[in-house]
Design a protein around this ligand. Structure first.
Ligand SMILES: C[S@@+](CC[C@H](N)C(=O)[O-])C[C@H]1O[C@@H](n2cnc3c(N)ncnc32)[C@H](O)[C@@H]1O
Length: 288
């Protein structure tokens, strides 16, 4: 249907094709009751490309020379990037007070620490972790890297820029603001250089399971508020690659509404005083 007679409806078959294509690429499950949300969010793409129905858009995503870039844009339109600094403070406190001392002892000989913020959005989580490391005073002079990864190149560009406004800072205290940020304009701050020096960002699709075994091992992974967008098989794929990336004894932190019940028995639950976290056991392997 041409645009001058209104925007095209997404029919059931087009929805199924697009939903399955998105799912196969990134594990994000667009539920049946989200058809209208998908339609609304993709309309601007049809308009931008001059396409008159969703079947043409599907073919574009599958076969056009520009399909990779367009897939990024489509995923962008369908994902949620909500995040902010010092999110879930109880968990962060438990991590700082009870996990970091363990990692310091364990890695004292190598003086190297690797953390991974998986699904880091615009970087607030990765920078927050670097701030906690700095705050602890335990890792000065160490080889430290907090790596943030995401499927969205747009949020990664923002993360690398490291500049934020009030919404990102809604849980940041005045003291933290003064310590870790430089004011660069009215309502605009920049993460300080010594924090940025510990943080890197890279593009990574968590459904890409090859990545797990070939990338360097990490001591702890924060994968918070990401699994909620996936169905069970997609969550299990992500957990397997996180497992492979973690050193034996390495920690996994999920979001507060997430847990591994009915998903994986391969991580052990660790009862910290302040929170529950998961850990890759020291011995044993992944059970398929
Ligand atoms: C709600 S944000 C969570 C940000 C941060 N972890 C937090 O808890 O504040 C979810 C992020 O997961 C990313 N994401 C979704 N599917 C992904 C995938 N297959 N691979 C990598 N990142 C993905 C989205 O782009 C989004 O930035």
């Amino acid at each position: 249907m041409p645009f001058d007679s209104g925007r095209p409806e997404m029919n059931a078959e087009e929805f199924r094709l697009l939903r399955d294509f998105v799912y196969a690429y990134c594990g994000i499950l667009v539920r049946d009751d989200m058809k209208y949300v998908m339609q609304r969010r993709l309309w601007p793409r049809l308009e931008a490309l001059g396409l008159h129905d969703f079947a043409s858009y599907y073919r574009y995503l599958r076969f056009d020379a520009q399909r990779r870039a367009e897939l990024d844009t489509a995923i962008e339109a369908l994902t949620t990037h909500e995040t902010y600094f010092f999110r879930e403070p109880r968990q962060l406190k438990a991590f700082s007070q009870e996990v970091l001392p363990v990692l310091e002892r364990r890695n004292a000989r190598l003086r190297r620490l690797r953390l991974w913020s998986a699904g880091c959005s615009s970087g607030e989580e990765a920078y927050t972790l670097a701030m906690l490391l700095k705050e602890s005073g335990r890792f000065e002079g160490w080889d430290v890297e907090v790596h943030g990864s995401d499927i969205s190149r747009r949020v990664l560009a923002a993360a690398r820029q490291g500049e934020y406004g009030p919404s990102a800072l809604r849980a940041t205290s005045a003291e933290q603001l003064a310590r870790y940020f430089t004011q660069i304009g009215p309502n605009r701050v920049r993460v300080r250089e010594d924090i940025r020096a510990w943080v890197t960002f890279g593009h990574h699709n968590l459904q890409d399971t090859e990545h797990g075994t070939s990338s360097p091992r990490v001591d702890a992974v924060f994968c918070r508020n990401v699994l909620i967008y996936f169905d069970t098989p997609a969550r299990q794929r992500v957990l397997k690659s996180i497992y492979d990336r973690l050193v034996p004894g390495g920690y996994l932190m999920l979001g507060h509404s997430e847990n591994l019940i009915n998903l994986s028995a391969d991580f052990e639950l660790v009862h910290l005083r302040g929170d529950l976290v998961y850990r890759r056991p020291e011995l044993g392997g992944w059970n398929p």
